[in-house]
Design a protein around this ligand. Structure first.
Ligand code: FAD
Length: 452
């Protein structure tokens, strides 16, 4: 052991890699982390953080619209928006976070190696012309956006480029039906871009509760977002300063940009995993067991690259488990049940636990509680936006299996509900909880009559 350079080399300083590095170093391991692009990975640089900052930026337009009803006089013809300024301020904040990540790692005693890593053998990592030996290697290299191979694919921007767009166009086409597509459609529309979302399926946000999907569709249409379902893009052409998106229906859309949010693939290029005997599934994700162990005993993997739910808190939790397994008491398991999640469209979606559809497929006899209302804030402002709340309850045990919301602060509200659901709370316990008045959230403890 002692003739190895390190106890652990982690490839990728993203959400999972940084957490694993810090936790393992704290347990006394000699740790190095190799990073090719940016400390903090996708989440900090081209994911959760800049996305949420853009969402805040976009939601100001709604707030400005609300102001008049509360007596504020804002001459709307004098209001303007400076996109380069938002991007520059976002970049400054990301650089600050990169610095924090660097200090967190250094203060924990982790060696940061800049460069692109590949594996020479089961205990040797190559970066540039250097080789490093190590007892354990963890691959935490994340994922990368992919767009379908269509003519004009080179004109399609992914989320990576959207964060650095030099100018905001007047019109945009967003291609995709997952949460990243929906969030970017909301950001663009909120910033005044005439936005069309194209999705080949019947309805976007597959995997979310059916009521949530339909309600979000209705609210997004009210905001003027042109949603086209059951359609795909066959090709994209460049025309002067515009693009032409040719749809499967024969229709063509002239647009200032086409964004593809059509999926992500595991980032394993050039690592040399297969050559060493590390198994990959058909979509290229690294195959691991319940304890993140690949087919090669010294190599583990976690985060987006193993195909578990692609969320930062999932990668963080996996890192905690793996660090404990490698350098702690060797115990601990990952619990994937009831992972709460949010979609930061306008209004936000918050969701935790079973959807109604999942619960029915799992064989539960259900009581469904649902409430739809206009949030108090919009009574004076006149904003045409409604809120949906829904509880999925097992009729036999009275357990709340799932909670879903579309409305202001849904992400914030759902985080609290996730604790109750994780703890196995019953509907009777929800009912005996006093509300906080006046809030939207109190509706979750005052829904009395099942609708189904
Ligand atoms: C637009 C967008 C919005 C998102 N919003 C949210 C959100 O709101 N909430 C949420 O929970 N999740 C969100 N996510 C998902 C979240 O960002 C990821 O699930 C998370 O970052 C995964 O962490 P990771 O450690 O697996 O990989 P990453 O964070 O991607 O880190 C992998 C790192 O490995 C590096 N790397 C890759 N190959 C090599 C190599 N060969 N050598 C050296 N370094 C290498 C990469 O440069 C990268 O820094 C979002 C993602 C996107 C794209």
């Amino acid at each position: 052991m002692s003739d190895m350079n390190y106890d652990l080399i982690i490839i990728g300083a993203g959400s999972g890699g940084v957490r694993l590095a810090r936790m393992s170093a704290r347990r006394g391991a000699r740790v190095a982390v190799v990073e090719s692009r940016y400390l903090g990975g996708t989440c900090v640089n081209v994911g959760c953080v800049p996305k949420k900052l853009f969402v805040y930026g976009a939601s100001v337009s709604d707030e400005l619209g609300d102001a008049a009803g509360y007596g504020w006089k804002i001459p709307m013809n004098e209001v303007s928006f400076d996109w380069p300024k938002l991007v520059a301020n976002k970049n400054t904040e990301i650089e600050r976070l990169n610095g924090i990540y660097q200090r967190l790692l250094e203060n924990a005693g982790v060696t940061i190696i800049e460069g692109t890593a590949s594996l020479k053998d089961a205990n040797t990592v190559i970066v540039g012309n250097q080789t490093y030996t190590t007892r354990h290697i963890t691959v935490a290299t994340g994922s990368w956006p992919v767009v379908p191979d269509i003519p004009g694919k080179e004109y399609i921007l992914t989320s990576n480029e959207m964060f650095y767009l030099p100018q905001l166009p007047k019109t945009a086409v967003v291609w995709g039906g997952g949460y990243i597509a929906v969030e970017f459609a909301g950001i663009l529309a909120g910033l005044g871009v005439k936005t069309t979302l194209i999705y080949r399926g019947e309805l976007f946000l597959r995997g979310f509760d059916g009521d949530v999907r339909r309600f979000t569709e209705q609210e997004m249409r009210k905001k003027g977002i042109n949603l086209k379902f059951g359609v795909t893009i066959d090709s994209v052409e460049a025309e002067d300063i515009h693009y032409r998106a040719n749809l499967s229906t024969g229709e063509s859309l002239t647009t200032g940009l086409v964004m593809g949010a059509t999926g992500r693939r595991p980032l394993i290029d050039g690592l040399g995993l297969s050559e060493l005997g590390v198994g990959l599934d058909e979509s290229g994700h690294i195959v691991v067991d319940d304890h993140f162990q690949t087919a090669v005993p010294s190599i583990t993997a976690l985060g987006d690259v193993i195909g578990t739910p692609q969320l930062t808190p999932v990668a963080l939790a996996q890192a905690m488990v793996l660090s404990r397994r490698l350098f702690g008491d060797g115990q601990g398991d990952m619990d994937y049940a009831a992972i709460p999640t949010a979609v930061f469209c306008q209004p936000n979606i918050g969701t935790v636990g079973f959807t109604e559809e999942e619960a029915r497929v799992a064989g539960h006899r259900l009581r469904i509680y649902r409430s739809e209302f206009k949030p108090m804030k919009y009574t004076l402002s006149g904003r045409d936006e409604r809120c949906l709340m829904k509880l999925v309850v097992d009729d036999e045990t009275d357990k709340v299996l799932g909670a879903h919301m579309v409305g202001p602060d849904a992400g914030e509200i759902t985080q609290g509900l996730a604790i109750a659901i994780k703890a196995g709370a019953t509907k009777a316990q929800f009912d005996s909880t006093l509300g906080i008045h006046p809030t939207s959230a109190e509706e979750f403890v005052t829904m009395r009559e099942p609708v189904a």
